[in-house]
Design a protein. Sequence first.
Length: 114
Amino acid sequence: MEFIWYPRCSTCIKANKHLLEKHLTFTTRHIVEQTPSLEELKNWIQIYNQGIKPFFNTSGQVYRQLGLKDKINDMSIDEAVKLLASNGMLIKRPLLILDDHIIIGYKKEIYEQL
Protein backbone atom coordinates (compact mmCIF):
# COMPACT_ATOMS: atom_id res chain seq x y z
CA MET A 1 0.00 0.00 0.00
CA GLU A 2 1.33 3.42 -0.98
CA PHE A 3 0.15 6.62 0.71
CA ILE A 4 0.73 9.71 -1.42
CA TRP A 5 0.35 12.92 0.52
CA TYR A 6 1.33 16.50 1.16
CA PRO A 7 2.62 16.60 4.76
CA ARG A 8 1.27 20.11 5.45
CA CYS A 9 -2.26 19.21 4.32
CA SER A 10 -4.58 18.77 7.32
CA THR A 11 -6.65 16.12 5.55
CA CYS A 12 -3.50 14.17 4.68
CA ILE A 13 -2.35 14.38 8.30
CA LYS A 14 -5.68 12.92 9.50
CA ALA A 15 -5.47 10.10 6.95
CA ASN A 16 -1.86 9.31 7.86
CA LYS A 17 -2.76 9.24 11.57
CA HIS A 18 -5.64 6.87 10.83
CA LEU A 19 -3.36 4.46 8.94
CA LEU A 20 -0.78 4.56 11.74
CA GLU A 21 -3.41 3.94 14.42
CA LYS A 22 -4.60 0.86 12.50
CA HIS A 23 -0.98 -0.39 12.40
CA LEU A 24 -1.14 -0.81 8.64
CA THR A 25 2.01 -1.26 6.62
CA PHE A 26 2.46 1.37 3.93
CA THR A 27 5.03 3.52 2.23
CA THR A 28 4.69 7.28 2.04
CA ARG A 29 5.39 9.54 -0.88
CA HIS A 30 5.47 13.34 -0.92
CA ILE A 31 3.14 14.40 -3.74
CA VAL A 32 5.25 17.46 -4.68
CA GLU A 33 8.75 16.06 -4.21
CA GLN A 34 7.88 12.76 -5.91
CA THR A 35 5.03 13.74 -8.21
CA PRO A 36 3.37 10.74 -9.85
CA SER A 37 4.45 10.08 -13.42
CA LEU A 38 2.34 10.26 -16.57
CA GLU A 39 2.20 6.48 -16.69
CA GLU A 40 1.17 6.10 -13.05
CA LEU A 41 -1.56 8.71 -13.35
CA LYS A 42 -2.94 7.23 -16.56
CA ASN A 43 -3.00 3.77 -14.97
CA TRP A 44 -4.70 5.04 -11.82
CA ILE A 45 -7.33 6.93 -13.82
CA GLN A 46 -8.12 3.73 -15.70
CA ILE A 47 -8.29 1.68 -12.48
CA TYR A 48 -10.47 4.28 -10.74
CA ASN A 49 -12.72 4.37 -13.80
CA GLN A 50 -14.55 7.60 -12.94
CA GLY A 51 -12.89 10.04 -15.31
CA ILE A 52 -10.17 12.59 -14.71
CA LYS A 53 -11.94 15.11 -12.48
CA PRO A 54 -11.62 13.13 -9.20
CA PHE A 55 -7.81 13.36 -9.56
CA PHE A 56 -7.77 17.16 -9.63
CA ASN A 57 -7.47 19.22 -6.46
CA THR A 58 -10.37 21.45 -7.47
CA SER A 59 -10.11 23.56 -4.33
CA GLY A 60 -6.41 24.27 -4.79
CA GLN A 61 -4.81 27.56 -5.74
CA VAL A 62 -3.03 26.17 -8.80
CA TYR A 63 -6.29 24.74 -10.15
CA ARG A 64 -7.96 28.14 -9.80
CA GLN A 65 -4.98 30.09 -11.18
CA LEU A 66 -4.96 27.95 -14.33
CA GLY A 67 -8.72 28.40 -14.79
CA LEU A 68 -9.20 24.64 -15.04
CA LYS A 69 -12.83 24.73 -13.95
CA ASP A 70 -13.77 25.84 -17.46
CA LYS A 71 -11.31 23.52 -19.23
CA ILE A 72 -11.50 20.20 -17.38
CA ASN A 73 -14.64 18.88 -19.10
CA ASP A 74 -13.03 19.15 -22.54
CA MET A 75 -9.69 17.69 -21.51
CA SER A 76 -8.51 14.31 -22.77
CA ILE A 77 -6.88 11.79 -20.44
CA ASP A 78 -3.51 12.49 -22.06
CA GLU A 79 -3.88 16.24 -21.53
CA ALA A 80 -4.99 15.70 -17.94
CA VAL A 81 -2.13 13.39 -16.95
CA LYS A 82 0.41 15.71 -18.56
CA LEU A 83 -0.95 18.59 -16.49
CA LEU A 84 -1.24 16.56 -13.27
CA ALA A 85 2.29 15.18 -13.62
CA SER A 86 3.64 18.72 -14.08
CA ASN A 87 2.58 19.89 -10.61
CA GLY A 88 1.79 17.68 -7.61
CA MET A 89 -0.32 20.46 -6.08
CA LEU A 90 -2.88 19.89 -8.85
CA ILE A 91 -3.50 16.33 -7.66
CA LYS A 92 -6.25 15.59 -5.16
CA ARG A 93 -4.76 14.24 -1.99
CA PRO A 94 -4.20 12.02 -0.23
CA LEU A 95 -4.07 9.09 -2.62
CA LEU A 96 -4.01 5.58 -1.24
CA ILE A 97 -2.81 3.11 -3.83
CA LEU A 98 -3.79 -0.49 -3.16
CA ASP A 99 -3.28 -3.57 -5.32
CA ASP A 100 -6.71 -3.53 -6.89
CA HIS A 101 -8.10 -0.07 -6.25
CA ILE A 102 -7.39 3.55 -5.37
CA ILE A 103 -8.81 5.76 -2.66
CA ILE A 104 -8.80 9.49 -3.38
CA GLY A 105 -9.13 11.89 -0.47
CA TYR A 106 -9.88 10.88 3.08
CA LYS A 107 -13.17 9.62 4.44
CA LYS A 108 -12.96 7.97 7.84
CA GLU A 109 -15.59 5.34 7.02
CA ILE A 110 -13.65 4.20 3.94
CA TYR A 111 -10.37 4.02 5.84
CA GLU A 112 -12.10 2.00 8.56
CA GLN A 113 -12.67 -0.77 5.99
CA LEU A 114 -8.94 -1.18 5.30
